[in-house]
Design a protein around this ligand. Structure first.
Ligand code: ADQ
Length: 739
């Protein structure tokens, strides 16, 4: 459409110009030229015939003059000829002389004028030339030319001009199209690359070869200048940017030229479950899914994940794909199927009994079985196959998620060397001594170093990773740029603190706070005025649920006024229940809750309300909005999104966040009451403080935390990674050319 407009518009413009401007102009010009020619010609004829004419007149042979004139007018253009010896005589003329031309009316035809005379055979031109001697001092010669040939020639000229202009129009239109294409693609890219110094560095197409060595220093300076300008611009720009799905889309389409993104994670964002003869869609309780789902909605593309739902196979197409979100599909899930042995070995075994406790250091021993490792390797390869099959090009952007896929980056790099692989590690990275106990530590590190960018939530985890590589691999570690080079590939290790989408979905925060408080109290049979603290976690031993309960117990010991007036509502999503350690943790959590409730809850509401079940986000947010405080007591947590969700839910700027110092979130939210979850007395004091904190102080703290979550939302998290990936892709060719 755009192309045809570019072509047709100039064409129409030129034709319009031809019809209304050029044609009349050409007509007027040619007529004037011909008139001038005819006057000159007439003067010439007059000169030529003056002598024979006067000879005839002197000899008195007036009759012969008619014949003489008739012979001359056999010429194609000269139509008639006449001579007026005096002003009142009859003209001596050829028979064709029009009757209107009489000797007494010749003054009407001034010399050099536009002397046209209409006739039956078309317009005629009249020229009156003085032709005198002593005998006829006022003699005049009348020459009548046929203007028909002018019209014929003018038509012919016009025809050629039409051809000329049509040709010109076609050329102009084509050139417009070509220039438009060139200017947007080639020229702009060319100028950009020249600005970056590429043009000076190498022959086009001859990657790695220098054609103009003497320009190299200039090119390098130019490059540095452009890089400085770019980073300055970006730094300035980022501080002013409001990060939204649109910003993210703009980055994707502008900086990355609309490249489709492939996300790979173990957990899928939508699970289809069979309930009787119905199929239900479930959203899993997972921080990773919470963070990445809004990104995929913004960017579209493909999300590759394990199809774990009982109705997952029934809902995919022939290519194992399903479009989601179900209410308004914007991207697709490509499901990878695992058999029971694979799931047991890769997911429950190596990932969750080995890597998870290894990285969290939460006093649960990692278990490493070689059979689990075998499945872990095989499943990583299976996902690598899926990525290669789904890749839309040779150099896609692949976002690999988490500790389930430590080997995947390298496997993908071997198959798609031009791909940009961004790996994000959602859990902590331990110190080298702790990591050292893993029997396959070198394989895991080398696998991760297949990434172009490796992201962690905090700088502390980046440092730990780089220290670990330095200790166990023959790799070059550059601590200034925070890059690791293994073989010929370089991996940038970067901090990207994850977050949640902002603003929160209006549908989950629409219910007024008062209603949320009333409904949640009623649902849990708690009286009016009863104070509530909320805990929201997967039922995982790293989340410090036992420590949280102990803090409640201590609060009631130290401040008995809260007995019967306060409850901790613990929403605990069942997780990894196939693992023994998790089963034992769940029973510990249940029995501790029972013991504390028996101790303090006999007379009225129990101090701990334990709800071991999955809740939909809307209900979780209602709890956040109904609570006086939210207690996050993780023993170790990469970030912890519950803390950020609680802040986002409190648009009334009330409520207190109690936050473990061992979460990544604690580094971003110092206005929370920061606690050591192992210090039970400190946690009890924080609980007490949260219940008596003045409204103004709650507001001051909440306002600062809300500002941070708004600015550093999940779109910024993804946007920063994609911008770094884009910069890396731009620098890629240069990195090979400049030593
Ligand atoms: P998780 O360990 O899953 O994430 P977290 O960041 O707290 O932990 O996210 C949990 C998510 O699940 C939240 O969105 C929460 O609302 C939801 N959720 C928890 N319990 C629920 C329940 N009972 N019902 C419904 N929803 C529930 C991992 C890392 C974290 C890191 C995230 C993201 O362990 O440190 O913050 O990835 O990178």
């Amino acid at each position: 459409m755009r192309l045809s407009l570019r072509f047709v518009l100039p064409l129409m413009l030129v034709l319009w110009g031809f019809a209304y401007v050029v044609t009349p102009l050409v007509d007027r010009l040619t007529l004037r030229w011909f008139m001038r020619d005819l006057d000159i010609r007439s003067a010439l004829i007059a000169n030529t015939i003056s002598e024979p004419l006067f000879d005839q007149l002197a000899a008195g042979r007036k009759v012969k003059i008619g014949e003489f004139f008739a012979r001359i007018t056999q010429d194609e253009r000269l139509y008639a000829l006449g001579f007026c010896p005096t002003t009142d005589a009859m003209p001596l003329a050829s028979k064709s002389l029009p009757k209107e031309l009489r000797c007494d009316t010749l003054d009407r035809w001034p010399h050099g004028g536009d002397n046209q005379l209409p006739s039956e055979r078309g317009p005629l031109h009249v020229s009156v030339q003085p032709l005198a001697n002593e005998t006829y001092p006022s003699g005049r010669l009348v020459l009548v030319h046929d203007l028909g040939y002018i019209a014929r020639r003018s038509e012919e000229t016009k025809r050629y001009v039409v051809y000329f202009f049509l040709g010109l129009a076609a050329i102009v239109s084509l050139m417009t199209v070509v220039i438009a294409q060139l200017s947007w693609r080639g020229w702009v890219a060319g100028i950009r690359s020249l600005l970056r110094g590429e043009g000076l560095l190498r022959d086009p197409g001859a990657v790695g070869k220098f054609s103009v060595p003497e320009f190299r220093p200039i090119a390098r300076d130019l490059q540095r200048l452009v890089q400085d300008l770019e980073s300055e611009y970006r730094a300035r720009d980022e501080s002013q940017v409001t990060w939204t799905p649109e910003t993210l889309r703009a980055i994707l389409h502008g900086e990355l030229r609309g490249n489709d993104v492939i996300v790979v994670s173990n957990r899928e964002p939508y699970i289809h479950q069979r309930r009787g003869d119905r199929i239900e869609v479930q959203r899993p309780a997972s921080g990773l899914v919470t963070a990445l789902e809004p990104i995929m909605r913004a960017c579209s593309g493909t999300w590759i994940a394990h199809g774990s739902g009982s109705a997952d196979r029934a809902t995919v197409d022939n290519h194992d794909r399903v479009a989601v979100p179900p209410e308004k599909p914007t991207y697709k899930i490509r499901r990878v199927w695992l058999n029971q042995a694979e799931e047991a070995g890769y997911y429950y075994g190596f990932a969750n009994e080995g890597m998870w406790p290894l990285c969290h250091i939460a006093h649960v021993r990692p278990i490493f079985r070689s059979s689990d490792w075998g499945h872990y390797v095989a499943v990583n390869r299976k996902f690598a196959d899926a990525i290669v099959a789904e890749a839309p090009s040779e150099n896609p952007i692949i976002l690999v998620q988490d500790y389930h896929f430590a080997l995947l980056p390298r496997m993908v790099r071997e198959r798609l060397p031009e791909a940009t692989v961004i790996t994000f590690w959602h859990i902590p990275w331990p110190n080298p001594e702790s990591f050292a106990i893993c029997p396959w530590r070198e394989d895991i590190l080398a696998g991760m170093l297949g990434s172009s960018i490796l992201g962690f939530h905090t700088q502390f985890h980046c440092n730990n990773f780089v220290d670990t590589v330095d200790r166990f691999l023959e790799a070059r570690v550059d601590r200034e740029t925070f890059t690791v080079s293994l073989g010929r590939r370089e991996t940038a290790v970067r901090r990207y603190p994850i977050s949640i989408s902002w603003p929160p979905d209006p549908a989950i925060v629409e219910k007024p706070i008062d209603e949320c408080v009333a409904e949640r109290r009623a649902a849990n049979r708690l009286p009016r005025g009863h104070r509530i603290c909320i805990g929201v976690d997967r039922l995982d031993y790293t989340k410090g649920i036992l420590e949280r309960f102990r803090a409640v117990e201590r609060l009631l010991e130290l401040n008995p006024e809260w007995i019967g007036n306060f409850s901790l509502i613990q929403i605990a999503a069942p997780t990894r229940s196939g693992i023994e350690e998790y089963q034992s943790h769940e029973s510990q959590v249940r029995s501790l809750a029972t013991r504390i409730n028996e101790r303090f809850g006999r007379a009225g509401p129990t101090p701990i309300v334990l709800k071991v079940e999955h809740h939909e986000p809307r209900e979780v947010y209602e709890y956040y909005r109904a609570a006086d405080c939210c207690f996050v007591s993780s023993l170790h947590d990469g970030m912890n999104l519950v803390a950020k969700e609680f802040v986002a839910a409190r648009d009334d700027e009330r409520g207190v966040l109690i936050l473990s110092q061992f979460t990544g979130a604690a580094r971003e939210l110092p206005e929370a009451l920061i606690v050591n979850p192992y210090d039970i007395d400190q946690c009890a004091a924080a609980l007490h403080l949260s219940l008596i904190m003045p409204a103004q102080e709650q507001r001051d703290r909440m306002r600062l935390m809300r500002r941070l979550v708004r600015e550093f939302n999940v779109y910024r998290w993804a946007g920063r990674m994609l911008l770094d990936a884009a910069a890396m892709r731009r620098r890629g060719p240069l990195a090979n050319t400049v030593a």
